[in-house]
Design a protein around this ligand. Structure first.
Ligand code: PMP
Length: 405
């Protein structure tokens, strides 16, 4: 099924603003904003701005309604049973810190939290923090040579004291998509909660949190073609009802006296202070845009680009791909190291060809350690990419290798 990339690009203002070749392949770091989300942000900030949840005048009431509609759109995109299961905050990092701290009181000394070797630091560090505070330990699921969770070795790390399994839905380095059903079944054998970091998976088509069977799911708007500054945490309703707040402040309370505070019900209990209103409204618009796309066609399109890139990289003897070299169970995220050339140099040289790639450890140092590399270059696809982007990368890379290696 072919995809009309020009029609998609027309919906992303960044492309019309370029005066030199522009091959944007850093979508795993941030996607470009779609016009619908940019319009929602600008409209709110310039014509409809009022704080939410508090005013009684019309402008404030309209802002509160728009905020609730954005929550509903995000909840629908994630497959939540109800909008109030979705907590709105400033991104996946915030969401993962929120769920880690809200679950912390459930941890006793000697309990274990299971992450994996391929997690983004956002899904390791918050768990280390709560583990240290509670006397719990953090263990990691090993990663296969292909850059996937090694679920055949789950028995080595999952135990009777495992209370939480927190892993990514898709890797921001290898692109591998997690076999959630298998993890859910394993977590159930010890009664552990399953938290998914959806930052990378959520931009690639609707999520069904209930079909996944997870207990919490985190994502970031800026990777989902929304604005920077917003994100969502979905938590299963009955679990959420029992969780304590993470941050204290305005709008999350029922009653405050100097001695004590009683808290509002979810979602407000978890949304202290003025939220990133414009960015949330943009996230709602982005969720509607995402939901309206033909993801069978777009997923095929992204995988065809991935295949073209992987086969081009395979022709370069100095290139080592960190991640699956096939197309099964993966997203269009491809990390690679070039023997004899630092990833930053690769990316800097490719910039001369108009190719935007990420170079570094990708906030996944344990994974870099696993593969014994300091850094990699990384290309990551979105619906607006096309074969010209891949070919510019491969051409620029070949010239870079000739010059530097
Ligand atoms: N998890 C993963 C897998 C990510 O790729 C990222 C962003 N690179 C994050 C979490 C953190 O997202 P944010 O910086 O938007 O909070």
């Amino acid at each position: 099924m072919s995809v009309d990339v020009a029609a998609i690009r027309a919906q992303f203002p960044i492309f019309a603003a370029q005066d030199r070749p522009f091959h944007y392949l850093d979508n795993a770091a941030t996607g470009q904003i779609c016009a619908a989300a940019a319009d929602a942000l600008l409209r709110y900030e310039t014509t409809a701005r009022a704080n939410v949840k508090r005013g009684v005048y019309r402008l404030a009431d309209a802002a509160t309604t728009a905020f609730a509609e954005a929550r509903a759109a995000i909840a629908a995109y994630l497959g939540a049973a109800a909008p109030d299961e979705v907590l709105l905050g400033c991104g996946a990092t915030f969401a993962l810190n929120l769920i880690a701290h809200a679950l912390a009181p459930r941890l006793a000394p000697g309990d274990a939290i299971l992450v994996s070797e391929l997690e983004h630091h956002s899904n390791i560090v918050p768990w280390q923090m709560v583990a240290a505070a509670r006397g719990a330990v953090v263990r990691a699921i090993p990663v296969t040579e292909e850059g996937r969770l090694d679920l055949d070795r789950l028995d080595e790390v999952l135990g009777a004291r495992t209370r939480i399994v927190a892993v990514t839905h898709a890797s921001n380095v290898t692109g591998a998509v997690t076999d959630v059903a298998r993890l859910r079944a394993a977590a159930d054998t010890v009664g552990a909660l399953l938290v998914l970091d959806g930052a990378q998976r959520a931009p690639h088509g609707p999520v069904d949190v209930r079909a996944l069977g997870c207990d919490a799911y985190a994502c970031s708007a800026h990777k989902m073609f929304g604005a920077t500054g917003a994100g969502a945490l979905w938590v299963r309703g009955d679990l959420l009802a029992d969780l304590p707040p993470f941050l204290g402040g305005g709008e999350m309370i029922r009653r405050v006296t100097i001695e004590r505070t009683s808290y509002a019900p979810p979602p407000h209990r978890f949304e202290a202070g003025t939220p990133p209103i414009g960015a949330v409204l943009a996230m709602g618009a982005a969720a509607r845009w995402l939901a309206a796309q033909d993801w069978t066609a777009l997923a095929g399109h992204e995988l065809r680009l991935t295949e073209r890139l992987l086969s081009g990289l395979a022709r370069e003897p100095r290139v080592r791909v960190i991640g699956p070299t096939g197309l099964q169970g993966r997203l269009g995220v491809v990390a690679f190291a070039v023997a004899g050339v630092h990833a930053h140099d690769v990316c800097q040289m490719l910039d001369d060809f108009g190719v935007a790639l990420r170079g570094g450890h990708h906030c996944a140092q344990p994974l870099m350690d696993r593969f014994d590399v300091a850094a990699t270059a990384r290309a990551s696809f979105a619906p607006y990419n096309d074969t010209a982007d891949v070919d510019a990368l491969l051409d620029g890379l070949a010239q870079t290798i000739r010059k530097l290696a």
